[in-house]
Design a protein around this ligand. Structure first.
Ligand code: ADP
Length: 190
């Protein structure tokens, strides 16, 4: 870390922003296998929040890897750095008073706990639980097909680990539960 840097405090706090918006904000961290439904659920959830007047923003794994994190790959070290940067960005949005929906596989428990530690009580871990078989059947981006052909290595749930959350605020079993019901389960935690 660089020396000689000091935090410069502003005169407007997160609480002031929340008061201005009239909506308490939280961070919803969606974790789960590729194809489990994180983005699909988050997009519908955001629509519902927006309709109710909440300032919102979605941070999506693939999108962030196009820009901020485009220099990172999928090694364990890069995955950790990916989530560390995302967690810091999430914290900025949170301090801005925005409800943030975060859609990242985020396979490591420690990395998710790091994000939780930055946010505190307003961190809501949403485990989108889905069997590998179902994810593979859906294969919305054709990635599992590539994995089975040997074109992708180190894919979460196949030949890279996914560490299940130990006590998520909510678990959505997306093999069984539909998108509308999943959104309602998230709304209940607002
Ligand atoms: P992820 O963001 O977790 O990689 P996506 O949301 O991109 O997953 O893809 C999930 C796919 O599964 C989408 O094509 C979606 O329409 C489909 N799907 C089917 N049933 C569900 C469900 N119950 N919840 C979420 N997605 C579902």
């Amino acid at each position: 870390m660089a020396d000689n840097i000091t935090w410069h405090h502003g005169k407007v706090t997160r609480e002031d922003r929340v008061k201005l918006f009239g909506k308490k904000n939280k961070v919803f961290w969606f974790t789960g296998l590729s194809g489990s439904g994180k983005s699909t659920i988050a997009v519908e959830f955001e629509k519902r929040l927006h309709e109710q007047g909440h300032p919102t923003f979605i941070l999506d794994g693939d999108n962030v890897r196009h820009g901020l994190n485009k220099n990172l790959g999928f090694s364990p070290e890069d995955r950790e750095e990916n989530i560390r940067r995302v967690a810091e960005v999430v914290k900025l949005f949170y301090d801005a008073g925005v409800t943030v929906l975060v859609c990242f596989i985020s396979p490591y428990r420690n990395d998710r706990e790091y994000a939780r530690s930055l946010i505190g009580d307003d961190f809501v871990e949403v485990y989108v639980k889905c069997s590998l078989e179902t994810c593979e059947e859906r294969d919305p981006k054709g990635l599992y097909k590539k994995v089975r052909k040997g074109e992708i290595r180190g894919f979460t749930g196949v030949d890279a680990p996914y560490e299940e959350p130990t006590c998520p605020e909510v678990t959505i079993v997306s093999d069984i539960v539909g998108v509308d019901e999943s959104v309602s389960a998230c709304m209940d935690l607002l």
